[in-house]
Write a protein that binds this ligand. Structure first.
Ligand code: SIN
Length: 303
């Protein structure tokens, strides 16, 4: 049965008055293409404020035809906060971008290489997830800059809105999940999924509320994802497994919550990690796709 959708973002979107950029929504619920910003140059305060407002309204922003150095990429990200260091780099484990290549070296602790080619055993983000929610302070957002797209096409990234997912729950289910907390464990994807041996001291593991509020818009968001979440603390094991599966299916299976980004070379996409999840499509093997991701540290997710 289709979920009934109110569109809390629509009103905000239409009232956005942007002068320095053009905002072209991908769907009424999530995602927008942004035109008129050259991210290779320092941005004016006005343009930064407009991009921030568009980010809060659309959650996923797509900037095409950007010729960026790593410093440009990081400078843009720093406008939104301190740069995040992925646990692979922080813990000196074999980096996720290695995709099975143990000789691959991190190029910069603040940059995560996202690469797939004929040698890859897996690609990063091949199931619905938010980034690094095992951290006490997970990224508030990530910026993925794709410079090489597969020759055969494909390699899109799908995004969904966890605000829309929360909104579509029944009032009784909203009340039920509101006070719950859940464990997010890096061992689930990094060792369980990708097979990287646990580093000394183990992967980050932390508890976050199941429903969080976006710190700027105060909108509620369902904050459990298949990639990292392992357990709802207040329920017994079987109840926890059943409720998590129900919530993930609800979050992941409504196309009304989703948008799809079709990459062209030199596109940067900036997503809000607190109110979205994403899923990378690996439909282009054995062709190559290459990008670099910079993430920005957020605060502790708040109920
Ligand atoms: C990721 O999960 O950050 C990777 C997304 C992608 O490669 O499209």
């Amino acid at each position: 049965m289709a979920a009934r959708m109110s569109s809390p973002l629509k009103t905000e979107t239409s009232s956005l008055a942007a002068h320095t950029i053009a905002i072209k929504p991908l769907t009424p619920v999530i995602g927008a293409e942004i035109e008129g910003a050259d991210l290779s140059k320092p941005l004016s305060n006005e343009q930064t404020a407009e991009i921030r407002a568009a980010f809060n309204a659309h959650s996923v922003l797509v900037f095409r035809d950007q010729k960026l150095t790593r410093e440009d990429h990081k400078r843009f990200a720093r406008l939104f906060g301190r740069l995040h260091v992925h646990p692979y780099h922080a813990k000196k484990a074999t980096p996720v971008h290695a995709n099975g290549d143990a000789n691959a070296k991190p190029i910069d602790p603040e940059i995560l290489v996202v690469k797939a080619d004929a040698k890859s055993r897996y690609v990063a983000g091949e199931e619905w997830h938010a980034d690094v929610t095992c951290d006490e302070e997970p990224p508030l957002g990530s910026m993925l800059y794709i410079t090489k797209t597969p020759e055969c096409g494909g390699g899109d990234t799908c995004f969904l809105s966890t605000i829309a997912a929360y909104e579509a729950l029944s009032p009784a289910m909203k009340t039920f999940v509101e006070g719950l907390t859940a464990v997010h464990d890096g061992a689930k994807p990094y060792t369980g999924g990708y097979g990287t041996p646990p580093p000394e001291g183990g992967w980050p593991k932390t508890t976050h509320p199941v429903v969080i509020r976006h710190p700027d818009t105060l909108q509620r968001s369902l904050f459990v994802n298949r990639g990292f979440t392992t357990r709802i603390n207040e329920l017994n094991r079987k109840e926890s497994a059943a409720v998590l599966e129900m919530l993930w299916r609800h979050i992941e299976t409504h196309i009304e919550f989703q948008c799809r980004v079709r990459w062209t070379p030199d596109t940067l996409t900036f997503w809000d990690n607190r109110v979205t999840q994403h899923h990378a499509a690996w439909d282009y093997y054995p062709h190559e796709r290459y990008g670099e991701r910079v993430s920005i540290v957020g605060g502790r997710p708040q109920a």
